[in-house]
Write a protein that binds this ligand. Structure first.
Ligand code: HEC
Length: 126
């Protein structure tokens, strides 16, 4: 009896550990968050439409400041950045602090779970 109980407790502990607090980023939630925070200024459709901001189709892994027909700030265009996931992680909470001189007039995404979800969504747009 004790052995079964111990085995059950072990299994329970293992499942709690593997599904712990660091839940995986959710691209579907990210799509909604993107619409809320970014959609007024950015499209992610494959036709590369620019709005107030440049198209973000294919943004993950793209060199900064390279969408044709969009007039970037010097800060963005000359940053030399590549928008990999870590770069986005550093930028989205406070874009103007991360890239002084950017013309992206947006205060940032304070909630790191929301930012992770948005990055996961953007990674699907390619
Ligand atoms: C008020 C409009 C606005 C909002 C809201 C906005 N952006 Fe932007 N974004 C811009 C503009 C304008 C630029 C160009 C910045 C520059 O040239 O300095 C830009 C640039 C970017 C770039 C760099 C693109 C490139 O090709 O180098 C990324 C990445 C980006 N935005 C992501 C986001 C995300 C993700 C959100 C939502 C969480 C967001 N933006 C919200 C206007 C906006």
């Amino acid at each position: 009896m004790d052995r079964i109980l111990i085995a059950l407790l072990g299994a329970l502990a293992a499942s709690v550990l593997t599904t712990g607090p660091a839940a995986a980023a959710d691209p579907e939630a990210g799509q909604e968050d993107f619409a809320t925070y970014c959609g007024d200024c950015h499209s992610t459709s494959a036709d590369m439409v620019n709005r107030k901001g440049p198209s973000l189709f294919g943004i993950v892994g793209r060199k900064a400041g390279t969408v044709p027909g969009f007039e970037y700030s010097d800060a963005n265009r000359q940053s030399g950045w590549v928008w990999d996931e870590d770069r986005l992680r550093g930028y989205l909470p406070d874009p103007r602090a991360a890239m002084p001189g950017t013309k992206m007039k947006f205060d940032g995404v304070a909630d790191s779970d929301e930012a992770e979800d948005i990055i996961a969504f953007l990674a699907t747009r390619k």
